[in-house]
Design a protein around this ligand. Sequence first.
Ligand SMILES: Cc1ncc(COP(=O)(O)O)c(C=O)c1O
Length: 355
Amino acid sequence: MTKLATYEIDIVKSKTTKIDKFDFENLAFGRTFTDHMFVCDYEDGTWQQPKILPYQPMMMDPSARVFHYAQAIFEGMKAYKDDDGNAWLFRPEDNFNRFNKSAERLAMPALPKDYFFDGLLTLLRMDHAWIQPGIGNSLYIRPFMIATESAISAAPSNSYRFMIICSPAKAYYTGKVRVTFAEKYSRSANGGVGFAKAAGNYAAQFYPTALAQAKGFQQVVWTDASTHEYLEEAGTMNVFFRVNDTLLTAPISDRILDGITRKSILKLAEDNNIKVDVRRVKVSEIKEAARNGELKEIFGAGTAAVISPISAFEHSEEVFELPEIEGSYASMFKTKILNIQHNVSEDPNGWRFGI
Ligand SMILES: Cc1ncc(COP(=O)(O)O)c(C=O)c1O
């Protein structure tokens, strides 16, 4: 049971800012961080004094459990700025709830909601200037938690550190993405941790993704671990298939991350009378639809890129190129979501959250 301490955040302001030297036009994703970071340790069954400190390296014992047993989880979210200088988040409660689901699965303590939101909002208000206006610009926010106890025995840690760091971002992927459908390797399995944003889920994908990249495919679309017959999700994106005018996507399960972009697309599709079929999607039916011209689009959906159109897929050494189409669902959803995020359009579902 998580005990709550009443608190005010201790704040140490950075004496300098890096922002003047930062080139927002030519930025490499996730390589530069804002001036501050949020830190809160969990010890003796209690969340300790939360702090905002100048962004800096930290010291850890080499035996800290995170290095040995990968008790590490994270979230990915973004802040946006409109042309009047107001800053916004998109469905942040969903990130908070998913964070605690991940924590539970990894035997880590739940984070109290006020620690998450007070920390996040105070940090973002301090580093406000790093959120650039303009569609496509954003501040990527990375909340994460690691096991800090010094002990190399395979057991859950008794101490943890929760942190939030932020990095300016433009669109994550550039251009269209070519993918391969997994036939040998798997991302997750029944009863596993696929639904959690567990750091190890990502480490396990690097090797098979590198093999795919060597063959000219940037991403792997993972299939179910037991048969490899059903399409599940990509490395950091849920995946949608448009067959004629129907949108297909796999249902959420304990193998698949409950993506916030995915949920938003499903709602927008409903609001715009686009037919959606949330069901298991067979590799063979997508190949068949590609052959007979019924497969109109495939796209990935996730916070980093919002929507990534997929231009080709490979399976069993056969490559299927998807033709360019006018009026794609991918670009329609992308525009709608970006316009909500940047306060350009109405927000009938109440997804925008003012900072
Ligand atoms: C494995 C995986 N699937 C899907 C997504 C998309 O989720 P969201 O739309 O919440 O960013 C992500 C990114 O967070 C991811 O890491």
